[in-house]
Design a protein around this ligand. Structure first.
Ligand code: ADP
Length: 152
């Protein structure tokens, strides 16, 4: 049976923290689908096409990683494409509090969908897309937190 995991997120923009998580999860799965979920209530700094093309460039040399996008519920998307696992990262206790509830809900809505969590490496635990957006908006250089394919 092919083990497929969906790594859902906004990736607004993708950071080196996200990339590290995918590379550490690759030995656990046959395929990882990095999927941008669109929440109509949320405002994004970078448009969907831009975020997708960055993801495609970053994972261009990894045949076991696919890039996709979806709307509405993550659990329904996973079921539609035949993925039994979700991949999420945990940086700190607030990530845990939030993720715990979401993963319990996804397990019910996704009829047994399991979320696999990887604890962030210390070198990446301070990095978030939110901080990167603040640096960019403030006119700073965010390149230390971005994969080389993401040039802003
Ligand atoms: P969302 O909008 O769903 O929070 P993000 O794109 O911000 O999406 O993050 C997607 C996933 O990547 C989340 O599980 C988040 O915890 C994880 N993540 C983000 N940054 C890091 C990091 N620096 N180290 C480990 N995991 C991370």
């Amino acid at each position: 049976m092919t083990k497929i995991a969906v790594f859902p997120g906004s990736f607004d923009p993708i950071t080196v923290g996200h990339v590290d998580l995918v590379s550490r999860a690759l030995p656990l799965f046959d395929k990882i689908i990095v999927a941008i979920g669109t929440n109509t209530q949320k405002k994004y700094l970078f448009d969907l096409d831009q975020r997708i093309s960055w993801l495609e460039a970053v994972f261009a040399n990894e045949p076991r990683v696919e890039v996709d996008q979806f709307e509405n519920l993550t659990a329904h998307y996973c079921r539609k494409i035949g993925a039994d696992y979700l991949l999420r990262g945990l940086r700190n206790a607030s990530d845990f509090d939030y993720e715990k509830t979401i993963s319990q809900l996804n397990n019910i809505i996704g009829e047994g969908l399991e979320t696999i969590f990887l604890i962030s490496q210390p070198a990446y635990s301070h990095i978030s897309s939110t901080i990167v957006r603040e640096i960019i908006k403030g006119g700073g250089d965010a390149s230390p937190f971005l994969p080389k394919e993401v040039v802003i």
